[in-house]
Structure formats: structure tokens, C-alpha cells
Design a protein around this ligand. Sequence first.
Ligand SMILES: NC(=O)c1ccc[n+]([C@@H]2O[C@H](COP(=O)([O-])OP(=O)(O)OC[C@H]3O[C@@H](n4cnc5c(N)ncnc54)[C@H](OP(=O)(O)O)[C@@H]3O)[C@@H](O)[C@H]2O)c1
Length: 322
Amino acid sequence: MKAVVMKKVGGTDVMDFVDCAEPVVMPGHAVVEVAAAGVNFMDIGVRLGMAWTEMANPKILGVEGAGRVLSVGDGVDGFAVGDRVAWVYAPGSYAERHSILADSLVRIPDALDDRTATSVMMQGLTASHFATDFYPVQPGDIALVHAGAGGLGLLLTQIIKLKGGRVIGRVSSEDKIAAAKEAGADHVIVDTEGQFAEGVLHLTGGEGVNVVYDGSGPKTFHGSLDSLRRCGTFCWYGPVLGGPGPLDIMKLPKSIKIGYATFFDHIHTPELFRGRTQQLFDWVADGSLKLKIGGVYALAEAARAHLDMESRTTTGKLLLIP
Ligand SMILES: NC(=O)c1ccc[n+]([C@@H]2O[C@H](COP(=O)([O-])OP(=O)(O)OC[C@H]3O[C@@H](n4cnc5c(N)ncnc54)[C@H](OP(=O)(O)O)[C@@H]3O)[C@@H](O)[C@H]2O)c1
């Protein structure tokens, strides 16, 4: 089968589209035919050597996708050949076929196609976790959402709105304003230099926001701190773009709460994973949550998808099609 491997840590030149051994079905696993693989910023982090370092190179990139079950291993309950399934955190997803731990699989309802289901997995679960577990958004809350037109940002904006919150989106170019607004952002600030706090304070009558969602790297960190109101919450989540460096806890202002959010800390069992995914699928099926697929690439073009994501020109979800 064909797959996209990284032969070593580096730029997109380390990504090769090559023949790989067919996956073998193992106990507790299912082999799936991949219909769509999701591109996530963390894949760029893996390629740069920031994650999955315990797995030797060359290795197949990608952690998310949807497709059809081809075979099931011993001990797998609840899945059969032909089932349509989606998954997240399954390293090796940029491939035509993949062997996946059954605990990481969820059945796709008939109402959703494979591309839509793929698009809801990593970014949808993360957005749902941020607005539900990490900081449970209350009606009337105001949130600042960085990269508000990205795959995660669009879903996070919609979920905050579903919960009755208001959203100030921050994007890097005028071209992205429409996408952020379509997702429900009440205001959108264009900025790449960390100079957005003044605008946020102006829009909130000087009070600041209840919660900041910031995965945009060191440049935004201090502006995000300045954008918070008293006792606000800072949800930080961007390991690939880089952290703020060492923090002196006694210098943190306004009794804020700050933490590094990753969804699998809260959504850490197959039951929680399937329950939360089902809620996202239901929201998509009833029209409450709209997916924007901003780029569809052949699997062989994965390197181009990475370059596009890093260039800050994309909006919504990027997919690879085997
Ligand atoms: N902790 C978790 O559980 C978790 C889970 C999923 C994702 N994440 C993080 O969430 C962020 C978004 O991930 P995603 O997969 O949904 O990607 P995405 O938002 O679809 O695309 C990345 C966004 O980041 C911004 N960006 C790209 N390159 C940048 C750069 N060099 N400097 C600053 N901003 C840049 C761009 O927005 P603008 O150009 O408009 O700023 C772009 O829209 C990433 O930081 C990712 O690591 C964390």
C-alpha cells in the first residue's frame, strides 16, 4: 500500500509518498481502508520532532481519519467488516490502510459522510473539551479565540456560541474575517504582531474577556494575558508553535487561572471518547455545527498540505484523500 512517511525530522522535504507493508490485523485492533485522513498542526510538530519521538523513523505520519473496516482482530467487540468508522490519535493515518486499536474507533452515523466525520475528530473533540471541561462557557461569557478561522478556531467559535457565549476572533489576515464571522464570531481582530489586547479591551468596555483560547505561540501570549478580565481563564494549547518560556507564578495578574489543555486528559476512556464524539456528530447532523473543509489534497500531496497550513493561508479543515 502507499503511505506518507517521514524519513527523519525536518521540513516537508523529509516526507515521502512510498510503498509500505500492508498492516496486519492484531488482537484488539481493526484494519481499515482509509477514505480520508485529517491534517492537524500536531502532524507538523511530529515532523519537526516535537511529538511521537518514541516511535522510530521512518514512520507514517497522521493521527486521524475515517474509513471502512476490512478485518477485525481477536477480542474486538462492537465492530464488524464493512462498518464505517472514524478515529483520532492513531499514529500512521496518512496511509491507504491502517491497523487501529478498536478503543480509538467510533462508528459514523449514516447522516455523515467520511470527510465530514474526519473533520470533526481532533479539532471537534479539542474544541468541545476546551469549551466544556477546561472552561465551561456560560451564557453571556466573552471569549477570545486565536486563529479563529483555522480548523479548531471555527469549531471552537461555534461551540462557544451554542453555549450562549460571545466570541472575539483573532486572525492573521483580512481574508479570514468572513470565515470567522460565518462561524459566529461577533468581532474579528486582524493581527500578527501580538497587538490585539487594546482592541479586545475596547470591545469589552475595558473589562477584558472571561476566557482566552490561545494556541498561537509566544507572540500572542502576553497580549492574551492583557486581554483577560479579573479571575479570567487562560486556556493554552499550542505546543508546536511554542510556549512563553518560564513563568513566575507570582507575576501572573488578576488572579487568573492558566493551564495547558489537551483533550485526552478529560476524554480519557473509550466511553467518554464515544459519548463526546456522538454529541459532535449529533450537532453536525442537526445543523448546529457546520464543518468547513478548506482544502482537499491527494494523499501524495501531503507535503503541500503541510506547507499551506504553515503559510497561514488556510481556513477550516485540510484533508488527504488516498
Ligand atoms: N492541545 C491540544 O489538545 C490541541 C489539539 C489540537 C490542536 N492544537 C493546537 O491548536 C492549534 C491549531 O491547530 P489546528 O490543527 O486546528 O490547525 P489550524 O487552526 O487549522 O491551522 C493553524 C492556524 O494556526 C495559525 N498559524 C499557522 N502558522 C502559524 C505561525 N507560524 N505562527 C502563528 N500562527 C500560525 C493560523 O492562524 P492565523 O494565521 O489566523 O493566526 C492557522 O489558521 C495548533 O497550535 C495546534 O498545535 C492543540
